[in-house]
Design a protein around this ligand. Structure first.
Ligand code: FAD
Length: 452
Protein backbone atom coordinates (compact mmCIF):
# COMPACT_ATOMS: atom_id res chain seq x y z
CA UNK A 1 0.00 0.00 0.00
CA UNK A 2 1.30 3.45 -0.86
CA UNK A 3 2.20 6.02 1.78
CA UNK A 4 0.89 9.58 1.75
CA UNK A 5 2.92 12.78 2.06
CA UNK A 6 0.93 15.87 3.01
CA UNK A 7 2.59 19.22 2.33
CA UNK A 8 1.31 22.34 4.11
CA UNK A 9 2.22 25.46 2.11
CA UNK A 10 2.66 25.42 -1.65
CA UNK A 11 5.55 27.74 -2.31
CA UNK A 12 9.35 27.49 -2.41
CA UNK A 13 10.05 25.04 0.41
CA UNK A 14 6.88 22.96 0.14
CA UNK A 15 6.88 22.47 -3.61
CA UNK A 16 10.65 21.88 -3.77
CA UNK A 17 10.18 19.08 -1.24
CA UNK A 18 7.19 17.66 -3.12
CA UNK A 19 9.01 17.73 -6.47
CA UNK A 20 12.17 16.09 -5.13
CA UNK A 21 10.21 13.38 -3.34
CA UNK A 22 8.24 12.67 -6.52
CA UNK A 23 11.43 12.32 -8.62
CA UNK A 24 12.47 9.48 -6.34
CA UNK A 25 9.17 7.75 -5.58
CA UNK A 26 6.35 6.93 -7.98
CA UNK A 27 2.72 7.75 -7.29
CA UNK A 28 2.08 4.04 -6.51
CA UNK A 29 4.64 4.26 -3.74
CA UNK A 30 3.99 7.79 -2.42
CA UNK A 31 0.84 9.84 -2.85
CA UNK A 32 1.58 13.59 -2.51
CA UNK A 33 -1.06 16.17 -1.60
CA UNK A 34 -0.11 19.83 -1.11
CA UNK A 35 -2.52 22.26 0.57
CA UNK A 36 -2.10 25.97 -0.13
CA UNK A 37 -4.49 28.55 1.30
CA UNK A 38 -3.84 31.26 -1.31
CA UNK A 39 -4.75 31.25 -5.00
CA UNK A 40 -1.19 30.52 -6.08
CA UNK A 41 1.51 27.89 -5.76
CA UNK A 42 5.18 27.92 -6.62
CA UNK A 43 5.32 31.69 -7.05
CA UNK A 44 8.18 34.16 -6.75
CA UNK A 45 7.42 36.65 -3.98
CA UNK A 46 10.87 38.05 -4.77
CA UNK A 47 9.57 39.31 -8.13
CA UNK A 48 6.56 41.11 -6.66
CA UNK A 49 8.15 44.57 -6.20
CA UNK A 50 9.25 44.47 -9.85
CA UNK A 51 5.70 43.72 -10.98
CA UNK A 52 4.45 46.72 -8.94
CA UNK A 53 7.20 48.87 -10.50
CA UNK A 54 6.05 47.82 -13.99
CA UNK A 55 9.36 46.14 -14.92
CA UNK A 56 7.62 42.73 -15.03
CA UNK A 57 4.31 43.13 -16.73
CA UNK A 58 2.49 39.82 -16.31
CA UNK A 59 1.86 38.67 -12.75
CA UNK A 60 1.56 35.10 -14.06
CA UNK A 61 5.18 35.17 -15.16
CA UNK A 62 6.10 35.07 -11.46
CA UNK A 63 4.60 31.59 -11.21
CA UNK A 64 7.11 28.79 -11.79
CA UNK A 65 4.57 25.92 -12.01
CA UNK A 66 0.79 25.80 -12.00
CA UNK A 67 -1.37 23.22 -10.17
CA UNK A 68 -2.01 21.62 -13.59
CA UNK A 69 1.73 21.22 -14.17
CA UNK A 70 2.07 19.63 -10.73
CA UNK A 71 -0.88 17.34 -11.51
CA UNK A 72 1.07 16.13 -14.56
CA UNK A 73 3.82 15.13 -12.08
CA UNK A 74 1.26 13.25 -9.96
CA UNK A 75 1.36 15.91 -7.25
CA UNK A 76 -2.15 16.84 -6.13
CA UNK A 77 -2.10 20.57 -5.35
CA UNK A 78 -5.18 22.10 -3.71
CA UNK A 79 -5.18 25.89 -3.67
CA UNK A 80 -7.61 27.77 -1.40
CA UNK A 81 -7.31 24.96 1.12
CA UNK A 82 -6.06 25.93 4.57
CA UNK A 83 -4.78 23.39 7.07
CA UNK A 84 -6.27 24.42 10.41
CA UNK A 85 -5.00 21.63 12.64
CA UNK A 86 -2.40 18.89 12.80
CA UNK A 87 -3.23 15.84 14.92
CA UNK A 88 0.02 13.94 15.35
CA UNK A 89 -1.51 11.14 17.42
CA UNK A 90 -4.13 10.28 14.78
CA UNK A 91 -1.82 11.35 11.92
CA UNK A 92 -4.40 13.55 10.24
CA UNK A 93 -4.66 17.20 9.28
CA UNK A 94 -7.89 19.18 9.36
CA UNK A 95 -8.33 21.12 6.14
CA UNK A 96 -10.73 23.97 5.37
CA UNK A 97 -11.87 24.30 1.79
CA UNK A 98 -12.08 28.09 1.62
CA UNK A 99 -14.41 28.16 -1.40
CA UNK A 100 -16.87 25.52 -0.23
CA UNK A 101 -16.64 26.59 3.44
CA UNK A 102 -16.35 23.00 4.69
CA UNK A 103 -13.76 21.12 6.75
CA UNK A 104 -12.41 17.63 6.12
CA UNK A 105 -9.69 15.31 7.44
CA UNK A 106 -6.76 13.98 5.45
CA UNK A 107 -4.47 11.30 6.83
CA UNK A 108 -0.71 11.34 6.36
CA UNK A 109 2.29 9.09 6.84
CA UNK A 110 4.78 11.90 6.28
CA UNK A 111 4.10 15.60 6.86
CA UNK A 112 6.03 18.53 5.40
CA UNK A 113 5.40 21.86 7.14
CA UNK A 114 6.31 24.74 4.82
CA UNK A 115 4.02 27.48 6.07
CA UNK A 116 6.55 30.28 5.49
CA UNK A 117 6.43 33.59 7.31
CA UNK A 118 3.80 36.22 7.99
CA UNK A 119 4.20 39.97 7.96
CA UNK A 120 4.51 41.80 11.27
CA UNK A 121 1.35 43.90 11.63
CA UNK A 122 1.34 47.01 13.82
CA UNK A 123 -1.48 47.08 16.39
CA UNK A 124 -2.37 50.70 15.66
CA UNK A 125 -5.60 52.53 14.88
CA UNK A 126 -6.44 52.73 11.20
CA UNK A 127 -4.49 49.65 10.14
CA UNK A 128 -7.61 48.21 8.48
CA UNK A 129 -8.53 51.32 6.49
CA UNK A 130 -8.84 51.13 2.73
CA UNK A 131 -5.53 51.98 1.13
CA UNK A 132 -3.39 50.22 3.76
CA UNK A 133 -1.55 47.30 2.16
CA UNK A 134 1.21 44.78 2.64
CA UNK A 135 3.50 43.36 -0.02
CA UNK A 136 3.63 39.66 0.73
CA UNK A 137 1.43 37.61 -1.60
CA UNK A 138 0.94 37.72 -5.35
CA UNK A 139 -2.55 39.09 -4.71
CA UNK A 140 -1.00 41.97 -2.71
CA UNK A 141 1.32 42.65 -5.67
CA UNK A 142 -1.60 42.60 -8.14
CA UNK A 143 -3.58 45.12 -6.02
CA UNK A 144 -0.61 47.45 -5.61
CA UNK A 145 0.12 47.33 -9.33
CA UNK A 146 -3.51 48.25 -10.10
CA UNK A 147 -3.24 51.19 -7.70
CA UNK A 148 0.08 52.29 -9.21
CA UNK A 149 -1.38 52.09 -12.72
CA UNK A 150 -4.54 54.01 -11.79
CA UNK A 151 -2.80 57.30 -10.98
CA UNK A 152 -0.30 58.89 -8.65
CA UNK A 153 -0.34 60.39 -5.18
CA UNK A 154 1.40 60.22 -1.82
CA UNK A 155 2.54 56.83 -0.56
CA UNK A 156 3.98 56.25 2.90
CA UNK A 157 6.09 53.11 3.21
CA UNK A 158 6.35 52.01 6.83
CA UNK A 159 9.63 50.18 7.43
CA UNK A 160 13.14 50.49 6.07
CA UNK A 161 13.91 46.82 5.42
CA UNK A 162 14.49 45.45 1.95
CA UNK A 163 10.80 44.92 1.15
CA UNK A 164 10.03 48.49 2.21
CA UNK A 165 12.86 49.82 0.05
CA UNK A 166 11.86 47.71 -2.96
CA UNK A 167 8.28 49.00 -2.58
CA UNK A 168 9.64 52.57 -2.35
CA UNK A 169 11.52 52.10 -5.63
CA UNK A 170 8.41 50.63 -7.28
CA UNK A 171 6.22 53.62 -6.44
CA UNK A 172 9.01 56.12 -7.13
CA UNK A 173 9.44 54.85 -10.70
CA UNK A 174 5.64 54.85 -11.08
CA UNK A 175 5.67 58.61 -10.39
CA UNK A 176 4.38 58.68 -6.79
CA UNK A 177 5.64 60.92 -3.98
CA UNK A 178 7.28 58.40 -1.69
CA UNK A 179 8.05 58.79 2.03
CA UNK A 180 9.74 55.95 3.92
CA UNK A 181 9.29 56.15 7.71
CA UNK A 182 11.19 53.90 10.09
CA UNK A 183 11.72 53.76 13.84
CA UNK A 184 15.32 52.73 13.24
CA UNK A 185 18.12 55.32 13.01
CA UNK A 186 19.04 53.82 9.62
CA UNK A 187 17.66 51.75 6.73
CA UNK A 188 18.44 48.08 6.07
CA UNK A 189 19.63 47.87 9.67
CA UNK A 190 19.68 44.07 9.64
CA UNK A 191 21.95 44.09 6.60
CA UNK A 192 24.31 47.03 6.74
CA UNK A 193 26.59 49.01 9.04
CA UNK A 194 25.18 52.42 9.84
CA UNK A 195 27.52 54.40 7.62
CA UNK A 196 27.01 52.11 4.62
CA UNK A 197 23.27 52.47 5.22
CA UNK A 198 23.77 56.24 5.02
CA UNK A 199 24.96 55.84 1.41
CA UNK A 200 21.63 54.14 0.63
CA UNK A 201 19.69 56.94 2.33
CA UNK A 202 21.65 59.57 0.38
CA UNK A 203 20.91 57.75 -2.88
CA UNK A 204 17.19 57.49 -2.05
CA UNK A 205 17.02 61.19 -1.25
CA UNK A 206 18.73 62.01 -4.56
CA UNK A 207 15.93 60.05 -6.27
CA UNK A 208 13.34 62.21 -4.50
CA UNK A 209 12.32 59.60 -1.90
CA UNK A 210 11.84 61.20 1.51
CA UNK A 211 13.42 59.08 4.27
CA UNK A 212 12.38 59.76 7.87
CA UNK A 213 14.45 57.94 10.48
CA UNK A 214 13.80 57.35 14.17
CA UNK A 215 10.08 58.01 13.99
CA UNK A 216 7.28 55.79 15.33
CA UNK A 217 3.99 55.26 13.52
CA UNK A 218 1.27 56.04 16.06
CA UNK A 219 -1.88 55.85 13.93
CA UNK A 220 -3.19 55.75 10.41
CA UNK A 221 -5.85 58.42 9.85
CA UNK A 222 -8.86 58.55 7.55
CA UNK A 223 -12.63 58.05 7.55
CA UNK A 224 -13.01 55.10 5.21
CA UNK A 225 -9.84 55.53 3.22
CA UNK A 226 -6.41 56.37 4.50
CA UNK A 227 -5.62 60.09 4.46
CA UNK A 228 -2.44 60.39 6.51
CA UNK A 229 -0.02 58.58 8.78
CA UNK A 230 0.53 59.99 12.26
CA UNK A 231 4.12 59.51 13.36
CA UNK A 232 5.90 60.57 16.54
CA UNK A 233 7.59 63.46 14.69
CA UNK A 234 4.91 64.62 12.22
CA UNK A 235 1.83 63.64 10.19
CA UNK A 236 2.48 62.55 6.62
CA UNK A 237 -0.24 62.80 3.93
CA UNK A 238 -1.00 59.42 2.36
CA UNK A 239 -3.26 58.15 -0.40
CA UNK A 240 -1.65 54.76 0.13
CA UNK A 241 0.29 53.05 2.92
CA UNK A 242 2.54 50.06 2.36
CA UNK A 243 3.48 48.20 5.53
CA UNK A 244 6.92 46.62 5.44
CA UNK A 245 7.69 45.89 9.07
CA UNK A 246 9.42 42.57 8.56
CA UNK A 247 8.16 39.05 8.99
CA UNK A 248 8.01 36.30 11.58
CA UNK A 249 7.83 32.54 11.11
CA UNK A 250 4.30 31.15 10.64
CA UNK A 251 4.44 28.47 13.33
CA UNK A 252 1.12 28.52 15.24
CA UNK A 253 -0.14 25.34 13.57
CA UNK A 254 3.05 23.45 14.39
CA UNK A 255 3.23 24.85 17.91
CA UNK A 256 -0.40 23.86 18.66
CA UNK A 257 0.39 20.33 17.45
CA UNK A 258 3.30 20.09 19.91
CA UNK A 259 6.05 20.21 17.29
CA UNK A 260 9.19 21.62 18.93
CA UNK A 261 10.29 25.16 18.18
CA UNK A 262 13.88 26.27 18.57
CA UNK A 263 15.42 29.25 20.37
CA UNK A 264 14.64 31.56 17.43
CA UNK A 265 10.91 30.78 17.65
CA UNK A 266 10.95 28.91 14.35
CA UNK A 267 10.52 25.14 13.94
CA UNK A 268 13.62 23.26 15.10
CA UNK A 269 15.01 20.88 12.47
CA UNK A 270 18.11 18.72 12.09
CA UNK A 271 20.40 18.85 9.07
CA UNK A 272 18.05 16.47 7.20
CA UNK A 273 15.11 18.88 7.80
CA UNK A 274 13.50 16.46 10.28
CA UNK A 275 11.63 17.99 13.21
CA UNK A 276 11.70 16.34 16.62
CA UNK A 277 8.35 14.63 15.79
CA UNK A 278 8.80 11.40 13.80
CA UNK A 279 7.68 11.67 10.17
CA UNK A 280 7.32 15.47 10.36
CA UNK A 281 9.63 17.63 8.26
CA UNK A 282 10.00 21.37 7.85
CA UNK A 283 11.94 23.89 5.76
CA UNK A 284 11.88 27.50 4.61
CA UNK A 285 10.88 30.66 6.43
CA UNK A 286 9.04 28.73 9.18
CA UNK A 287 12.10 26.63 10.07
CA UNK A 288 15.51 27.20 11.57
CA UNK A 289 18.78 26.72 9.72
CA UNK A 290 22.32 26.51 11.03
CA UNK A 291 24.55 29.55 10.53
CA UNK A 292 27.87 28.35 9.19
CA UNK A 293 29.94 31.06 10.88
CA UNK A 294 28.43 30.93 14.39
CA UNK A 295 27.28 27.31 14.30
CA UNK A 296 24.01 28.52 15.87
CA UNK A 297 20.44 28.14 14.61
CA UNK A 298 18.98 31.17 12.84
CA UNK A 299 15.67 31.93 11.17
CA UNK A 300 16.39 33.99 8.06
CA UNK A 301 13.60 34.58 5.54
CA UNK A 302 15.12 34.15 2.11
CA UNK A 303 13.99 32.29 -0.99
CA UNK A 304 17.51 30.93 -1.45
CA UNK A 305 17.34 29.10 1.86
CA UNK A 306 13.73 27.91 1.40
CA UNK A 307 14.45 26.35 -2.00
CA UNK A 308 17.58 24.54 -0.85
CA UNK A 309 16.22 23.33 2.48
CA UNK A 310 12.98 22.19 0.82
CA UNK A 311 15.02 20.26 -1.73
CA UNK A 312 16.97 18.55 1.05
CA UNK A 313 13.71 17.54 2.78
CA UNK A 314 12.34 16.17 -0.49
CA UNK A 315 15.46 14.14 -1.28
CA UNK A 316 15.29 12.56 2.17
CA UNK A 317 11.54 12.00 1.88
CA UNK A 318 12.23 10.33 -1.45
CA UNK A 319 14.55 7.78 0.16
CA UNK A 320 17.93 9.23 -0.86
CA UNK A 321 20.07 11.17 1.55
CA UNK A 322 20.91 14.87 1.61
CA UNK A 323 22.30 17.09 4.33
CA UNK A 324 21.55 20.80 4.51
CA UNK A 325 24.95 22.44 4.92
CA UNK A 326 23.78 25.65 6.60
CA UNK A 327 23.50 29.30 5.62
CA UNK A 328 25.41 32.56 5.62
CA UNK A 329 22.37 34.81 5.20
CA UNK A 330 23.70 36.12 1.89
CA UNK A 331 21.27 38.78 0.68
CA UNK A 332 21.09 41.31 -2.13
CA UNK A 333 18.73 44.09 -3.15
CA UNK A 334 18.67 47.45 -4.89
CA UNK A 335 16.94 50.80 -4.77
CA UNK A 336 16.96 52.06 -8.36
CA UNK A 337 20.67 52.28 -9.28
CA UNK A 338 22.02 51.67 -5.79
CA UNK A 339 22.85 48.04 -5.09
CA UNK A 340 23.24 46.54 -1.63
CA UNK A 341 24.42 43.11 -0.50
CA UNK A 342 25.78 41.35 2.56
CA UNK A 343 26.87 37.92 3.76
CA UNK A 344 28.05 36.39 7.02
CA UNK A 345 28.43 38.62 10.07
CA UNK A 346 28.69 42.38 10.34
CA UNK A 347 31.49 43.68 12.58
CA UNK A 348 29.15 44.36 15.53
CA UNK A 349 27.52 40.93 15.21
CA UNK A 350 30.92 39.25 15.00
CA UNK A 351 32.06 40.97 18.18
CA UNK A 352 28.78 40.13 19.92
CA UNK A 353 29.30 36.47 18.94
CA UNK A 354 32.68 36.51 20.66
CA UNK A 355 34.92 36.86 17.60
CA UNK A 356 37.87 39.18 17.85
CA UNK A 357 37.13 40.77 14.49
CA UNK A 358 38.49 43.55 12.28
CA UNK A 359 36.95 45.37 9.35
CA UNK A 360 38.78 46.27 6.13
CA UNK A 361 37.15 49.01 4.06
CA UNK A 362 37.69 50.11 0.51
CA UNK A 363 35.89 52.64 -1.69
CA UNK A 364 36.54 52.86 -5.41
CA UNK A 365 34.73 52.35 -8.70
CA UNK A 366 32.68 49.47 -10.09
CA UNK A 367 34.61 49.56 -13.39
CA UNK A 368 37.97 51.03 -14.36
CA UNK A 369 37.84 54.62 -13.12
CA UNK A 370 38.06 56.05 -16.66
CA UNK A 371 35.26 53.86 -18.07
CA UNK A 372 32.03 55.82 -18.75
CA UNK A 373 29.78 53.64 -16.53
CA UNK A 374 32.09 53.84 -13.48
CA UNK A 375 30.21 54.44 -10.26
CA UNK A 376 31.17 54.36 -6.60
CA UNK A 377 31.39 51.10 -4.70
CA UNK A 378 32.28 50.49 -1.05
CA UNK A 379 33.15 47.08 0.35
CA UNK A 380 33.52 46.18 4.00
CA UNK A 381 35.29 42.89 4.78
CA UNK A 382 35.10 41.42 8.28
CA UNK A 383 37.82 38.99 9.31
CA UNK A 384 39.03 37.26 12.44
CA UNK A 385 42.07 38.91 14.02
CA UNK A 386 45.29 36.87 13.78
CA UNK A 387 43.94 34.05 11.55
CA UNK A 388 42.49 36.40 8.94
CA UNK A 389 39.54 34.03 8.38
CA UNK A 390 36.80 35.88 6.49
CA UNK A 391 33.53 35.99 8.42
CA UNK A 392 31.45 38.66 6.71
CA UNK A 393 31.17 41.33 4.04
CA UNK A 394 28.88 44.14 2.94
CA UNK A 395 28.72 46.04 -0.33
CA UNK A 396 26.97 49.25 -1.42
CA UNK A 397 27.48 50.72 -4.85
CA UNK A 398 26.25 51.45 -8.35
CA UNK A 399 25.24 48.97 -11.05
CA UNK A 400 27.46 45.87 -11.02
CA UNK A 401 28.54 46.32 -7.38
CA UNK A 402 26.40 43.98 -5.35
CA UNK A 403 26.85 40.56 -7.01
CA UNK A 404 30.49 40.72 -5.92
CA UNK A 405 29.11 39.48 -2.60
CA UNK A 406 29.08 35.96 -4.07
CA UNK A 407 32.88 35.95 -4.03
CA UNK A 408 32.75 36.63 -0.30
CA UNK A 409 30.04 34.01 0.29
CA UNK A 410 32.19 31.44 -1.51
CA UNK A 411 35.27 32.52 0.44
CA UNK A 412 33.51 32.25 3.81
CA UNK A 413 31.98 28.91 2.79
CA UNK A 414 35.47 27.61 2.03
CA UNK A 415 37.10 29.03 5.18
CA UNK A 416 39.36 31.33 3.18
CA UNK A 417 41.43 34.07 4.74
CA UNK A 418 41.73 37.69 3.68
CA UNK A 419 45.38 36.97 2.89
CA UNK A 420 44.21 34.43 0.24
CA UNK A 421 41.41 36.58 -1.10
CA UNK A 422 43.73 39.55 -1.64
CA UNK A 423 45.54 37.52 -4.33
CA UNK A 424 42.74 35.46 -5.93
CA UNK A 425 42.84 35.45 -9.74
CA UNK A 426 39.63 37.44 -10.36
CA UNK A 427 38.59 38.44 -13.88
CA UNK A 428 39.37 41.93 -15.13
CA UNK A 429 38.50 44.12 -18.10
CA UNK A 430 37.79 47.89 -17.84
CA UNK A 431 33.95 47.62 -18.20
CA UNK A 432 33.82 45.28 -15.18
CA UNK A 433 36.40 46.37 -12.57
CA UNK A 434 39.79 47.90 -11.95
CA UNK A 435 42.78 45.63 -12.44
CA UNK A 436 42.71 45.22 -8.67
CA UNK A 437 39.05 44.64 -7.91
CA UNK A 438 37.67 46.37 -4.81
CA UNK A 439 37.32 42.84 -3.42
CA UNK A 440 41.12 42.53 -3.45
CA UNK A 441 41.63 45.95 -1.93
CA UNK A 442 39.15 45.55 0.94
CA UNK A 443 40.58 42.07 1.68
CA UNK A 444 44.12 43.52 1.68
CA UNK A 445 43.01 46.28 4.07
CA UNK A 446 41.40 43.70 6.36
CA UNK A 447 44.55 41.52 6.24
CA UNK A 448 46.68 44.49 7.26
CA UNK A 449 44.51 44.98 10.37
CA UNK A 450 44.03 41.30 11.15
CA UNK A 451 47.74 40.53 11.09
CA UNK A 452 48.97 43.80 12.68
P1 FAD B 1 6.29 31.17 1.60
O1 FAD B 1 6.84 31.57 0.32
O2 FAD B 1 5.84 32.16 2.58
O3 FAD B 1 5.21 30.06 1.38
C1 FAD B 1 4.44 29.53 2.42
C2 FAD B 1 3.08 29.22 1.86
O4 FAD B 1 2.33 28.51 2.84
C3 FAD B 1 2.29 30.47 1.52
O5 FAD B 1 1.92 30.42 0.16
C4 FAD B 1 1.09 30.42 2.46
O6 FAD B 1 -0.10 30.88 1.85
C5 FAD B 1 1.00 28.93 2.75
N1 FAD B 1 0.39 28.60 4.05
C6 FAD B 1 0.73 29.08 5.27
N2 FAD B 1 -0.02 28.51 6.22
C7 FAD B 1 -0.84 27.65 5.60
C8 FAD B 1 -1.85 26.76 6.05
N3 FAD B 1 -2.16 26.64 7.34
N4 FAD B 1 -2.52 26.02 5.13
C9 FAD B 1 -2.21 26.12 3.80
N5 FAD B 1 -1.28 26.95 3.31
C10 FAD B 1 -0.60 27.71 4.21
N6 FAD B 1 14.07 36.18 -0.82
C11 FAD B 1 15.24 36.20 -1.50
O7 FAD B 1 16.08 35.29 -1.32
N7 FAD B 1 15.51 37.19 -2.42
C12 FAD B 1 14.62 38.18 -2.69
O8 FAD B 1 14.87 39.05 -3.53
C13 FAD B 1 13.39 38.21 -1.98
N8 FAD B 1 12.48 39.16 -2.22
C14 FAD B 1 11.27 39.12 -1.57
C15 FAD B 1 10.33 40.11 -1.84
C16 FAD B 1 9.09 40.08 -1.20
C17 FAD B 1 8.08 41.14 -1.50
C18 FAD B 1 8.80 39.05 -0.27
C19 FAD B 1 7.45 39.00 0.42
C20 FAD B 1 9.72 38.06 0.00
C21 FAD B 1 10.98 38.09 -0.64
N9 FAD B 1 11.95 37.12 -0.38
C22 FAD B 1 13.15 37.14 -1.05
C23 FAD B 1 11.71 36.06 0.62
C24 FAD B 1 11.20 34.79 -0.05
O9 FAD B 1 10.10 35.08 -0.86
C25 FAD B 1 10.81 33.80 1.03
O10 FAD B 1 11.94 33.55 1.84
C26 FAD B 1 10.35 32.48 0.43
O11 FAD B 1 9.19 32.68 -0.33
C27 FAD B 1 10.05 31.49 1.56
O12 FAD B 1 9.51 30.34 1.01
P2 FAD B 1 8.62 29.39 1.92
O13 FAD B 1 8.14 28.30 1.03
O14 FAD B 1 9.35 29.03 3.15
O15 FAD B 1 7.43 30.30 2.43
Amino acid sequence: MSERLVVIGGDAAGMSAASQARRRRTADDLEIIAFERSNWVSYSACGEPYHVAGYVDRLESLVARTPQQFAAMDIDVRTRHEVTEIDLARRVVVVRDLDEGRNFFTGFDELMIATGAKPVRPMIDGRNLDGVHELRTLDDAARLRQIADAGTGDVVVVGGGYIGLEAAEAFCVQGWNVTVVTSSPRVLDRTLHSDLGQKVIDAMRRMGIEVVLGTYVECINGTNRVESVGCSDATYPADLVVLGLGSEPEVELAERAGIALGATGAIAVDDHQRTASPGVWSAGDCAEAMHRVTGKPVNIHLGTIANKAGRVAGINLGGDEAVFPGVLGTAITKVCDTEISATGLRLAEANAEGFDAVEGRATGTTTAGYYPTASEITISTVAERRTGRIIGAEIVGGPGAAKRIDVFATAIWSNMTVQDLAWVDLAYAPPFSGVWDLIHISARNAARLALA
